[in-house]
Design a binder for this molecule. Structure first.
Ligand code: ADP
Ligand code: MG
Length: 703
């Protein structure tokens, strides 16, 4: 195949590189909001892809609604009720020609809104249908009023729903994206993959693919778009996977060229730690600890992933690695994705290391002012161990001799974030060793791409004496029974997690869903000791709620999946997971790992919204049958192999915009071929691809 010369470098007037503020109607305030989403240049908007689509092309009869679906209905307000039980709420019953009633329920509303919703008013509503106390309901639907004889106008085509942030509604975001799309250059200028390669691998037009996913034509099919298998989506997924692959290869090459310190100090500290533990390491822990130590005794940078099921004891392996660095005079940074998890590590590390005379510093977002300044100073002067969140990567954190970076729950961090810490350097060409811990067993496809730059060790054995969690799946139609069961459990002094798993486009909506569940439970349990925790609360508030739950002052904790990793309350022995049918196996397993940590027998209730699809049914079945993380991971791959409606993308495993490693694994061989060719022959295009897909996100991650 003839090799074409690289095209000329980005012309200075490339519209994609213009700042978003250059678009008509984008002022400084909007530009700042967009920047929070990583959208700084026009091309960032081109590649800000929909998370899902809404179908407002028709109006459904209330009689035809099914719980669990999103639908549009038109009806007349029949009754309005304002309640004040535990918190204000507004219930509006509407009816339509199908002679059925639907309840619209609002927890946040203004008086003007109540006045607008008087009986007789006609409404067009869109929202998710669910079972409520009085039949089907919609919580916080979007709605508009219709004049008495006005026909409900429906959309011509599916509407995209974008990931967004507070203060930026879908309509406004879509309008800005439309303005950006008007500047899309012609195919030849937009395409970065050489035409011969496109032809060889059957890659269609990038320009058409972008226009299709942003503005599906009227004949587009919701089912197909939801599956992510439309050729336009596959074209974009290919390019995204290619970019990820290029960036990993580039990074790996850069790291392998560098050097790391050799840890050959005495092992007294490690021996003292082991002697002081109330348990013996399992054989698997010993093996993995040896693999890690062997890596770090070499001048090559260690890049090792330690995978081990929830509770397999990864923390102590990390502590041993840390002591190897300390004994050789180097500093260690331990980084966790959430403040809750980081604090738990801090407690463990202080408990284990301080008796050995090794100080442990704490650097998280909430360490501010003088305390922060002093901690930074000590780090600069060589404090041996520093624990924190990604605040550790921020500007202003400088280490004297950083020799080892430990990252817990890797999949929460982007590859780029890992890199940033690695560059917090040492002198000259040296980089710290890197140890990554994860409880999510890595399927092969993932290992091939996302983790391509890491060696892998497995802790494939649990410490003795754990009691497996009894798991049942229960239909949401029996919600009242489940709540009754919670009441009984609380009366027996047990503690309960209630996990809300709605996959929504913003943290705000997820928080709202949790608030709704919290109100429901508080009402059902007579307000007694029900706490709430979600990602939009301030760290201080979150900590206060966690502390109250740990101390037993709260009996029930309603939470979003923020509790997924690292929460450790041994007395909590019952977990209810709402909408469990929407989660992947890996995430269900992680969540369930929060119970079964104490001496009492534990239970997990997987609440689901019927009807269950075939895959969801099998997943829940697997969860009932086994608690072995590795078997669950294998099963996960097997089930997802043939195709899954909601991919890993929405459940937050890896931050792909459109690709789904399980669904799109068939693209990987071609991705690798095209990647190798680009790196060898078209390095400039490779750079531009990385900049296009990862550039904005990477800047965002560093913000
Ligand atoms: P994870 O791998 O999920 O991070 P942890 O490191 O938090 O697991 O360990 C879970 C619990 O098991 C902790 O309380 C820890 O002290 C304990 N533990 C770790 N290793 C062993 C062992 N070999 N025997 C008994 N308990 C252990
Ligand atoms: Mg852990």
């Amino acid at each position: 195949m003839p090799v074409r010369p690289s095209r000329s470098p980005a012309v200075p007037d490339d519209p994609g590189l213009m700042p978003v503020a250059a678009l008509h109607g984008v002022g400084p305030a909007l530009a700042e909001t967009l920047a929070r989403l990583g959208l700084e240049r026009v091309q960032d908007l081109w590649f800000h892809l929909p998370l899902r689509y809404e179908d407002r092309t028709r109006v459904s009869a209330i009689a035809d609604l099914r719980a669990g679906e999103r639908a549009q209905v038109a009806g007349v307000v029949e009754a309005v009720e304002r309640g004040f039980r535990y918190r204000p709420q507004l219930k509006v019953a509407i009816g339509d020609d199908s002679r059925r009633t639907l309840v619209l329920r609002f927890f946040h509303f203004r008086r003007a809104q109540v006045e607008q919703l008087q009986p007789g008013t006609r409404l067009l509503c869109y929202g998710e249908v669910r079972h409520g106390a009085q039949g089907l309901e919609m919580v916080h639907p979007q709605y508009q009023r219709l004049a008495a004889d006005e026909l409900a106008t429906v959309d011509e085509a599916l509407s995209p729903v974008y990931p967004t942030t507070e203060g930026l509604g879908q309509k406004r975001l879509a309008a800005v994206i439309a303005k950006a799309l008007a500047l899309l250059p012609d195919e030849a200028r937009l395409e970065l993959i050489p035409p011969a390669l496109c032809a060889e691998h059957g890659l269609g037009s990038l320009r058409e693919a972008l226009l299709y996913v942003h503005r599906p034509p009227p004949d587009a099919h919701l089912g197909q778009l939801t599956l992510g298998r439309h050729p336009a989506q596959q074209r974009l997924a290919f390019e995204e996977l290619l970019t990820q692959h290029l960036s990993l290869r580039r990074m790996r090459a850069a790291v392998r060229r560098r050097r790391s310190p050799v840890f050959d100090g005495p092992d007294d500290l490690r021996r003292q730690l082991l002697a002081g533990l109330p348990f013996r390491l399992t054989a698997a822990q010993q093996r993995v600890a040896r693999e890690v130590a062997a890596d770090m005794s070499q001048p090559k940078p260690m890049l090792r992933l330690v995978q081990g099921d929830v509770g397999s004891g990864k923390t102590v392996v990390a502590a041993l690695a840390a002591l190897a660095a300390v004994a050789s005079g180097y500093q260690v940074a331990l980084m966790a994705p959430t403040e809750l998890l980081a604090e738990q590590h801090l407690r463990n590390f202080r408990h284990w290391l301080e008796p050995l005379g090794v100080a442990v510093e704490w650097l998280a977002g909430k360490v501010q002012g003088r305390a922060r300044k002093q901690a930074l100073q000590r780090v600069l002067e060589g404090a041996p161990v520093v624990v924190g969140t990604h605040a550790l990567m921020q500007e202003g954190v400088a280490f004297a001799r950083l020799g080892l970076v430990i990252v817990d729950e890797q999949h929460r961090f982007g590859v780029q974030q890992r890199l940033a810490l690695r560059d917090k350097g040492l002198e000259g060409e040296q980089v710290p060793h890197q140890l990554v811990l994860t409880a999510t067993p890595i399927p092969r496809t993932l290992a091939m791409s996302a983790y391509a730059d890491l060696d892998v060790s497995s802790i494939d054995e649990l410490p003795p004496g754990r009691t497996p969690v009894q798991t049942v799946a229960v239909s949401n139609a029996r919600r009242a029974e489940v709540i009754e069961r919670i009441r009984v459990a609380c009366a027996e002094g047990r503690q309960v997690y209630w996990v809300c798993t709605l996959i929504e486009e913003s943290e705000q909506l997820r928080a709202q869903a949790a608030e709704v569940a919290h109100a429901e439970l508080a009402a059902a349990l007579d307000g007694g000791r029900v706490g709430l925790i979600h990602g939009r609360m301030k760290p201080r508030e979150k900590q206060a709620v966690m502390d109250a739950f740990k101390a037993g002052a709260l009996a029930v904790l309603v939470a979003t999946t923020v509790i997924e990793v690292g929460v450790d309350v041994p007395n909590a022995s019952l977990m209810v997971i709402e909408n469990s049918e929407r989660l992947g196996l890996a995430q269900l397993h992680q969540l369930r790992g929060r119970v079964g940590r104490g001496a009492v027998a534990s239970n997990c209730v997987l609440l689901y919204q019927p009807p269950l699809g075939q895959l969801a049914r099998e997943r829940l079945q697997v969860m009932r049958e086994t608690s072995d993380g590795f078997r669950i991971a294998e099963k996960d791959l097997e089930l997802r192999g043939p195709g899954e409606v909601l991919g890993t993308r929405q459940t937050g495993q890896l931050s792909f915009r459109i690709a789904d490693l399980a669904r799109d694994a068939h693209l990987l061989p071609a991705v690798q071929q095209v990647g190798a060719h680009l790196l060898a022959r078209h390095p400039r295009e490779a750079e531009r691809l990385i900049e296009r897909w990862i550039g904005g996100a990477a800047r965002y991650a560093h913000a």
